[in-house]
Structures are given as structure tokens and as C-alpha cells.
Write a protein that binds this ligand. Structure first.
Ligand code: APR
Length: 237
């Protein structure tokens, strides 16, 4: 069987990485139209670099939490039984990987990667970026950007994500407000395919009414409990 898990900023909140739309969240403190669009990058690249350098530093200083670790256990536990976890995240941090997850689909890209707008080369990148950063592949300067998806750009891997979602046996959303598409539409797609759905969140999301079941509470408590139930249930089968 395949368990499809979609994660959002809420799973990294207890690691100290802010969410976007909660009180005090990133988009309450910064204007996304000035920092998270291709037009903003063309207009004020150094301001965009400063914003993402700050976020990259936050990720470097953060540690995975018990919810990230539980999903890594779920991935290993399912694989040991010949089943599969498809872990799709909207997050651009690398906390799932640092918790031990081996296959993570980043539909909004990765802050710890940089891409050259001149030659398209994408590389793992943990350091600051600036307009003077030279592309390691084509050596051009001025074109290196965080390899993340900005507003107005297409998320990555959508065809593969849809194919796996349609063939899944369970859809779980963790720590997402359900306010940004296409990810916010996954639950409706799963329901349309007759796939059971479960929401794990601090509070009901914008799409809460579409889920068959829900667990509300901090991810570091709710996710380990949920994973124990899933793996415990399987071991009994
Ligand atoms: N445990 C579980 N859920 C939490 C926790 C926590 N400790 N803290 C916050 N949450 C929940 C909030 O209740 C909220 O529903 O996490 C959700 C975070 O919602 P958003 O801030 O909107 O983040 P997200 O859903 O990931 O945003 C989606 O929007 O701006 C874009 O690209 C950005 O990937 C992001 C996308």
C-alpha cells in the first residue's frame, strides 16, 4: 500500500522555523510580493537574496523535531513491509532529510539548493547567495537564485505527485493551512478517488471539512502517535 503524506510549515514550527500565515508568521512580517516573486528578484535581487539568506541561516540553525523523525520511521517501517510512504512537502527546509527521510518530494523547491537562471544548473547550496555569486557551472554572475518556487511559478513534480496521489491508499496532510494551490487541492482529489483522508494540524485548516478524520494538536505529539498507530496497525495485520 502507499501512504501519501503532504507536509507544510506547521511540521517545522516546533523546530523554530516560522510558519507563513499564523500570527507573527512570515507573510505577516514580510511582503511576499516584494520578496517571493520572479519580478521582485528582477527588480531588487539583493533584497531577495538577503531575505532568503536569513531563512537559510535559520534552517542551518534549526534541528528536525519528533514529527520529522516519526515520518522517517514511517518511511522505513512501510518499506520493511513492502509498502511505501510518498513524502511530499511544501517546505523548502531540509529537516525531513536531516531526520532520516530518504525520499522527499519538494514541490516548492529547496532553500538549500541554488539554481543559475543563465544555464539552469541546480546545486546543493548551504551558503549565502548574492548578485556576485558565480555559477559553478557556467561562471556567470548575477543569475544565481534560491532553487525555490516563487508566487506565479509552477510547483515542481506535479505530474508525478498526481500519479502517486491517485494510486494511494491513504492521504494525510500535516501542518498546512490548506490555503495555497495546487497542494490545497490534493484532499479533494483524494476524496474524488475514494481515498481515505486524515488531517493533522494545530487547528482546523481551510480545507478541514474535506477530511474524513482529523487530529488536532502540536505535530511533535500528534505525528508520532499517528505513526505508531499506522505501524502498530500494520504489524497486527
Ligand atoms: N503543529 C502542527 N501544526 C501547526 C503547528 C504545530 N506546532 N504550528 C502551526 N501549525 C499549522 C497552522 O495551524 C497552519 O494551519 O500549520 C499551518 C501553517 O500554515 P501556513 O503558514 O499557511 O503554511 P503552509 O500551509 O505550509 O503554506 C503553504 O504557502 O506561502 C506559501 O510556499 C509557501 O509552502 C508555503 C505555502
Amino acid at each position: 500500500m502507499t501512504v501519501f503524506v503532504l507536509t507544510g510549515a506547521g511540521i517545522s514550527a516546533e523546530s523554530g522555523l516560522g510558519t507563513f500565515r499564523d500570527p507573527g508568521g512570515l507573510w505577516h512580517r514580510f511582503d511576499p510580493t516584494r520578496l517571493a516573486t520572479p519580478e521582485a528578484f528582477a527588480r531588487e535581487p539583493e533584497e531577495v537574496h538577503a531575505f532568503y539568506n536569513l531563512r537559510r541561516q535559520g534552517v542551518r540553525e534549526a534541528s528536525p523535531n519528533a514529527a520529522h523523525a516519526a515520518l522517517a520511521r514511517l518511511e522505513a517501517g512501510l518499506a520493511a513491509r513492502g509498502d511505501r510512504l510518498f513524502l511530499c512537502t511544501q517546505n523548502v527546509d531540509d529537516l525531513h532529510e536531516r531526520a532520516g527521510a530518504r525520499a522527499v518530494t519538494h514541490m516548492h523547491g529547496e532553500l538549500m539548493r541554488a539554481r543559475c537562471t543563465a544555464c539552469g544548473e541546480s546545486r546543493a547550496w548551504a551558503e549565502d547567495l548574492s548578485v556576485d555569486t558565480a555559477c559553478p557551472a557556467c561562471a556567470r554572475r548575477g543569475g544565481m537564485r534560491p532553487d525555490v518556487v516563487w508566487f506565479g511559478e509552477m510547483p515542481f513534480h506535479l505530474e508525478a505527485i498526481a500519479a502517486v496521489l491517485d494510486a494511494s491508499d491513504l492521504f494525510v496532510a500535516i501542518g498546512t493551512s490548506g490555503s495555497v494551490y495546487p497542494a490545497a487541492g490534493f484532499v479533494a482529489r483524494a476524496r474524488g478517488a475514494g481515498i481515505p483522508t486524515h488531517e493533522i494540524n494545530l487547528a482546523p485548516s481551510d480545507t478541514a471539512g474535506l477530511f474524513d478524520a482529523a487530529t488536532y494538536g502540536p505535530a511533535t505529539r500528534a505525528v508520532p502517535d499517528f505513526v505508531a498507530g499506522l505501524l502498530g496497525g500494520f504489524s497486527g495485520s
